[in-house]
Design a protein around this ligand. Structure first.
Ligand code: PMP
Length: 433
């Protein structure tokens, strides 16, 4: 509790005084954390929290292999990416090797916003067009182009009214609480195709289409079967390119698939990644075809000074080593399945749980006031998160109604930790919040 440690409340006040108000922090009175280990965080009072939220530190807090790689490289050399050094080539080859062969060309950046922004500009440059189609209720970043295609009202209540004229949206393909639910969800794809066709008919065929290939912002809702195949076909039929924002859902977290787009059985033209690739260090990448990348020369300038720096590259490779050597994608599947069973059992006893979304260690526990109207339990979700904090669990809401627990812990999380989380959720639901 911010009040517990004598300096903690004062430090929070200093933070709030000096940082812009939009730079928010979790919780009204957050614990002041000072170290992390695996899926745990420790505050200045020595209290340990189970971090069920942190997909940025994908392989676990302070992983020794990542720390050691960073330390060694920091002592040896760090510089901008225009110098010739081995790590950038080695890392680019490794990232490209995770995707189908024709996605063979890599741009390194420092964040997810940069990655999606660049992806959009690549689509524009490759097609010589400027219209982009994006799925609603999404978040892709805060830079100009990435923000333009982000229409989640949780982040910006006026999002849909304030889009630049080159942004066009299609319905959020949410089969749980969207326009079309359950078996009707197959309707989203033809409707999105109709939007794309209409744009082309009006003389503005889109440069590209962007969405998360697994609906992360909604809490990990899979897109309807065949959705991306139909939408990607339509975009390509009109000469556009398709972008997968894998910033949240990619990189092994889904357990069953390394990439979100694999779950849909499609291959995008441009893939944007960040967050988990650096396990907390700012690393991002855009991977595309040589042909698309080459056309960027005519579309704009690219140079990210520290994108793919020696330190970023060795950290990126160390993260991949850990994912591979520790079988973290398999762990995501194993622990995720266990946690899903626990949460589904809770759902039987507690009507406030409307659904358990997701796959592997990207899960969403959606809280509703009524299972038929799906009225979002927004206030309850916030209160339960506060109560969980008191019980030693870090959890926060996501989604346009902030009523979905975003369960995306470091991929090293154990069955025991998942059980602790489920036990505490059970305790709060049983005893009140
Ligand atoms: N895309 C998605 C799907 C995201 O969830 C986020 C971050 N929440 C971003 C892009 C932006 O990434 P960053 O915060 O690293 O700029």
């Amino acid at each position: 509790d911010a009040g517990a440690h004598p300096d903690s409340a004062a430090m929070l006040a200093r933070r709030e005084r000096v940082l812009a108000e939009v730079q928010e922090h979790y919780y009204a009175t957050p614990p002041q954390i000072e170290r992390g280990w695996r899926e745990y965080l420790v505050d200045v009072d020595g209290r340990v929290y189970l971090d069920m939220l942190n997909n940025v530190t994908s392989v676990g807090h302070a992983h020794p292999h990542v720390v050691e790689a960073a330390h060694r490289q920091m002592r040896l050399l760090n510089t901008n990416s225009r110098f010739h050094y081995a790590a950038i080539a080695e890392y680019a080859e490794r990232i490209a090797s995770l995707l189908p062969e024709h996605l063979d060309t890599v741009f390194f950046v420092n964040s997810g916003s940069e990655a999606t922004d660049l992806a959009i500009r690549l689509a524009m440059a490759a097609t010589g067009r400027r219209d982009i189609v994006a799925m609603r209720e999404a978040y892709h970043g805060w830079t100009y182009a990435s923000d333009a295609v982000s229409t989640s009202i949780a982040d910006n209540p006026n999002a849909l009214e304030t889009r630049p004229d080159w942004v066009h949206t299609v319905d959020a393909a949410n089969s749980y609480r969207g326009t079309h639910r359950g078996a009707d969800a197959h309707r989203y794809a033809p409707e999105a195709v109709a939007v794309i066709d209409a744009l082309a008919d009006s003389g503005r065929p889109p440069a590209g289409f962007i969405c998360e290939p697994y609906f992360g912002n909604a809490g990990g809702v899979p897109l309807p079967e065949g959705y991306l195949a139909q939408v990607y076909d339509a975009v390509r039929r009109h000469g556009g390119v398709v972008i997968a924002d894998e910033v949240q859902v990619g990189y092994g977290r889904l357990g069953g698939w390394f990439w979100g787009h694999e779950q849909q059985g499609v291959v995008p033209d441009i893939v944007a990644v960040a967050k988990s690739v650096g396990s907390g260090h700012p690393v991002g990448a855009v991977i595309t075809t040589r042909a698309i990348a080459d056309q960027y020369r005519t579309g704009g300038y690219f140079f990210a000074s520290t994108g793919g720096s020696p330190v970023s590259s060795v950290i990126g490779m160390a993260v991949l080593d850990v994912i591979e050597n520790e079988g973290l994608q398999q762990n995501a599947w194993r622990v995720g399945q266990h946690l899903r069973r626990r949460l589904e059992a809770l759902m039987e006893q507690h009507p406030i749980i409307g659904a358990v979304h997701g796959s592997g260690l990207y899960m969403g526990l959606e809280l509703v006031r009524d299972r038929s109207t799906l009225e979002p339990a927004t206030e309850e979700t916030a209160l339960i998160c506060d109560r969980l904090r008191e019980l030693g669990v870090i959890m926060q809401p996501t989604g346009d109604y902030q009523n979905v627990f975003k369960i995306k812990p470091p991929l090293c999380v154990t069955i025991e930790s998942a059980d602790y989380f489920a036990d505490q959720v059970e305790r709060v639901l049983a005893t009140g919040w």
